[in-house]
Write a protein that binds this ligand. Structure first.
Ligand code: SF4
Length: 80
């Protein structure tokens, strides 16, 4: 799964319990991610996505509001 997101042009941002994938070519710049969770998504920081900055459930919840599909997540086994 993870390899396929990267093969599809997504960049990986690894967390301890969840990995986040982002594809800038798909992003519609709605801002839902940065408005929804400024701890995890902060464009003034490098890397701009830090999955461990909040609980993985919160990361998932914010990513579920992404209207374009530019953000994806894969939860790691330990978190299940
Ligand atoms: S929510 Fe999705 S489409 Fe909107 S800015 Fe974030 S990544 Fe881009």
């Amino acid at each position: 799964m993870e390899k396929s997101w990267q093969a599809a042009g997504f960049r990986q941002y690894s967390g301890s319990q969840i990995d986040v994938y982002y594809n800038k070519d798909i992003c519609s710049h709605s801002g839902n991610c940065v408005k929804g969770n400024a701890h995890v998504f902060d464009v003034s920081r490098k890397p701009w996505i830090v999955p461990d900055a909040d609980r993985y459930e919160a990361v998932e919840q914010t990513i579920d509001t992404c209207p374009s599909g530019a953000l994806r997540y894969v939860r790691k086994e330990e978190a299940l």
